[in-house]
Structure formats: C-alpha cells, structure tokens
Design a protein around this ligand. Sequence first.
Ligand SMILES: O=C(O)c1ccccc1NCC(=O)[C@H](O)[C@H](O)COP(=O)(O)O
Length: 209
Amino acid sequence: MNPRIKICGLLDPGMAKCSAELGADAIGLVFYPPSPRYVEAATAAQIVAALPAFVSSVGLFVNADVTFVRNVLAKVPLDLLQFHGNETPEYCRQFGRPYLKALRVTPDLNLVECAQRFVDTLCKGILLDAFVEGVPGGTGEAFDWNLLPEHLPLPLVLSGGLHSGNVHEAICKVRPWAVDVSSGVESSRGIKDAAKIAAFIKSSREKSA
Ligand SMILES: O=C(O)c1ccccc1NCC(=O)[C@H](O)[C@H](O)COP(=O)(O)O
C-alpha cells in the first residue's frame, strides 16, 4: 500500500494548496516560535481554509503551554495534533483531539516501550525523527533505519532527512504507514519548493519491488 504523505512546515495558503494538488495527504503547521517554519494562528487558519477535502491539517507543538495549544485550537480547525517534545501521554490526551506523538530515535531508546505508553484511541501514530541535540525537529538529518523494531504498537510515520533521493528506499525498507518531510522539499530553510515536493511525492509512489 502507498504510504500517506505529509509535507510539514507550510507557511502560506498557496503552497499548501499546491502541495495538496501535487498529491500530499496532509500538511503540517509548526506552532513552535523558535522554528524558521513558525506560523501565526491567523495565517494558519488561512492555510487550513485553502485545503481541499480529504487533505488533513496537522498542528505541531513542542512542550507548549496548555493555554497556548488551546488558543491555537480556538482559532485553527486542525484535524490532528503532533507533539514533538517530551510531552507525556496525559498531556497529549487532555485536548481530546486525535494526535501523533513524535519520538526522536537514538540507539538506547526502547521504541516499542515508549510507543506503548501512548496507545489509546486518540493517539493515531508514532512519528519517528532524528535526534539532533538542541533542535527538536525539521533538521534534515536522517537516523539509522536499522534501529527500527519489526513492529510498533501504533502506525509508524517515518520522518527525518527524507528527500526524493532516499524516500523510495526508506519506504521499501521500513514499510511505514506514512512519510513526513520538511527540509527535503525546501530550496532554503523554511522555503518550500514545488518541484521538490512533486519529486518527493513521485518517488514515494514508485512501485516497490
Ligand atoms: O519543522 C520544524 O521546524 C520543526 C521544529 C520543531 C519541531 C518539529 C519540527 N518539524 C517537525 C516535522 O514534522 C518535520 O517534518 C520532521 O521533523 C522532519 O524534518 P526534516 O528532517 O527536515 O524533513
């Protein structure tokens, strides 16, 4: 089965619409102020409004104050939340919304045990990303896919350093439910590139051997 494709870190309605037209299944909005991809709630609402039916909007937070998340939720009709910091299962569940929990892969992290803590009806998947000290995500770095277990107790969203040149190999090796990309479809930090998005989606949909 083709994995779903999420393009993360959209900054304007035009590129969000373009991503959807090129075949993206979801777009990500970064509500983490230090990120070059940070988007204000008012702009995020315009981006979500530009999406056609059946393209999901994902709102990304990193160890955010509960009030900050609630304020965003009041202004932006997000389909899914993505928690990219050290959030606990209790923290993630309190919003009563479907969510993804991101984990950053290191050789000593027991991914199955960590993922198991989040299993419930609201947690729709585990997003696995590279670990880079001091930068919670969007680093453009890949992790060693050999560190992945055979099976996770939740759908796996593979991210970290993916681009059109490695995503097909990643999909064949890991068989994720979805892939997620940010830096690999940018011309410079934070600036999405339609040609790179098109190439990424084409490579993701290549037939596997
Ligand atoms: O994109 C960011 O700037 C970001 C900042 C802080 C936490 C998470 C962030 N992005 C989360 C994503 O879902 C990215 O797509 C994921 O980390 C992969 O990024 P990349 O390696 O650049 O493709």
